[in-house]
Design a protein. Structure first.
Length: 161
């Protein structure tokens, strides 16, 4: 799936999708720390977690997406609507479990797990009760065979716990 504009990306990107972005330039040698750091700002990937509104309409139009790089690093990446970056989108495959929270109508993804067993393993490692955060502030989605997210309120029958 390759959107034609950053606005289309913002409008259609499914939660939990893997987003890769690049500027088409090769990575500089590791000895050039500043150049590598600059290159990494325009070349990376992460799981789509949240859409951010531009609170300053008179400023340069910007669309901000929050991307999750790993379990420990969550950062907000802003993209100008005139961005020349290349984007590749990989929708979450069926069976993916998405842990999210919702506050005042905004949805934010906490973590993306490849399947329900990976979610349970994360819960065990982090002393977290499965389904313990579900309720008015969030919950779990599972991606079905059609690629649509469905609420997950109990252990799927196909999973051995």
């Amino acid at each position: 799936m390759k959107p034609t504009t950053i606005q289309e990306l913002y409008d259609t990107l499914p939660f939990g999708a893997l987003v890769r972005f690049n500027d088409g330039t090769p990575k500089p040698p590791a000895r050039f720390n500043r150049k590598v750091a600059e290159w990494e700002r325009s070349n990376g990937q992460g799981f789509f977690a949240k859409r951010h509104k531009n609170y300053f309409p008179e400023s340069v139009p910007e669309i901000s997406l929050m991307l999750i790089q790993s379990d420990v690093l969550i950062y907000k990446q802003g993209f100008c609507v005139t961005s020349k970056l290349n984007f590749e989108i990989e929708p979450p495959p069926p069976g993916t479990v998405i842990d999210y929270r919702e506050f005042e109508g905004d949805i934010e993804v906490n973590r993306v797990h490849k399947d329900f067993n990976a979610y349970l393993e994360w819960c065990r490692r982090n002393r977290y009760t499965p389904f313990g955060h579900s309720g008015s502030f969030g919950g779990l989605w599972i991606i079905d065979e059609k690629g649509e997210r469905q609420p997950l309120k109990e252990t799927p029958a196909a999973v051995a716990v």
